[in-house]
Design a binder for this molecule. Sequence first.
Ligand code: 5RP
Length: 223
Amino acid sequence: MKQLCAKEALKYINDGMCVGLGGGSTVGYLAEYLAQEEKKITVVTPSDDTAELCKNLGLMVLSLEMTDHIDIAFDGCDELDKHLNALKANGAIHTKEKIIAAMAEKYVLLIDESKYYETLPLEDSVTLEVIPQSRNYVQAQVEKLGGKAVMRKNSAKAGFVISDNGNYIMDTYFTELAAFAGKPEVLHQKLKQLTGVVETALFIDVVAFALCVCGDEVKVIKK
Ligand code: 5RP
């Protein structure tokens, strides 16, 4: 299914483009197809794993810092709703993913139908990147908003996960989107305005369209 989705995404990529590639397995297949077809493109990515894969495949990878324009960017997500709001919970690289999404003319999500919902169920955490010194404050404010906040721990070493930007990763859990008028954008705003929160993993109003594998066909999901 993921390969089918990646093959469809390939059709949107032409020689000369600067292409954003996020993280995850579907994007990995897309990188492989780009290399197989010897597309003359440059890649920017928020993910160290994708960067390494692309370099090994012989694709040219540019640093995000040196980039000012991206023609099209592809990424995976964990949940997507019919308004094209998305949740990207687990990667902990969502701040850089959002920079790519903002820079891209089109930011496209690659999913299968198991990730597509009427309303985001928030089964995964709404992950926050937080400035370390703000952690207790943010944790308390998340609880006031009716959520549960858990600092992401590093399983290999003792201590907390540190993001690429030197910040902590906090997983927050909200079961009642109803408390936010059923709107993920309201929850996103409330979390984003807490001092010390760098970014939330809710992607609001940035997705141009999604390619969704349903059975053996790929549907384009637009607003
Ligand atoms: C992490 C993400 C990833 O992009 C997503 O999980 C990738 O999914 P897949 O491996 O199915 O392509 O959003 O939070």
